[in-house]
Design a protein around this ligand. Sequence first.
Ligand code: ZN
Length: 263
Amino acid sequence: MGRKGLGVFVVSFFFVSFFFSSSLPAAEIGQGVKITYLGHAAFKLVSAQGVVIYIDPYLKNNPQTPPEHKEVDKADLILITHGHGDHLGDAVAIAQKTNASAVAMAELATYLTQKGLKNVVRMNKGGSYTAKGIRVTLVNAQHSSSVTEEGRVIYTGEPGGFIIRFENGFTVYHAGDTAVMADMKIFGDIYKPNLALLPIGSHFTMDPVEAAYACQLLRPQFAIPMHYKTFPVLTGTPEAFLQAMKDQPGVKVLVINPGQTIE
Ligand code: ZN
């Protein structure tokens, strides 16, 4: 095959693979794991065995969360990336109501204990915790972390991201709030995430171009943009992320609306 022929072959291969991946049965994306986007950085993940995980459950005051997802009746694990209100959200109330374990960085965990939570899992970066066959690793994020109460700033340790490996091996990386960072190459090498949940809004986090660079380092099969549109200062858009990702055909970008579930 000549150079030109190879080019046509490559282009048509990418077209076919893109078309094919777009029409994959839903079950092949999450391999039995249901992923629901709740707006901003909030996600609900349900394992094939029915274990319910909430990540950064900012729901009640989240303008992006659909009304039917504002109340939580069942949760097993609540993962909180850092103390900022748009991530800690309703974690305390949900944990009290459902008896779920709240998983967080050590200082944030102490704060949660002081709020009266009984099931708190204190972690630190690089550490993993396994519950009901699901392994949760707290990893680095380039950001800050605090809670503001009555005008006072309370330190809640360093911020993090989470790598969640399900019973069947399906692995999700939730980046939390972060800048792009070289550590993402290490996450890609060690944990090989199938799905990356990445902030793209800019101002407080990565923007679409930086999130696309993060995908080069992480090399996931799927990427879902998050942390955009909630507040006017978040200017990064899914369209700009798709544009920035156009030379990474190996990563399928899934733009999903709050309330939408993929399997
Ligand atoms: Zn934050």
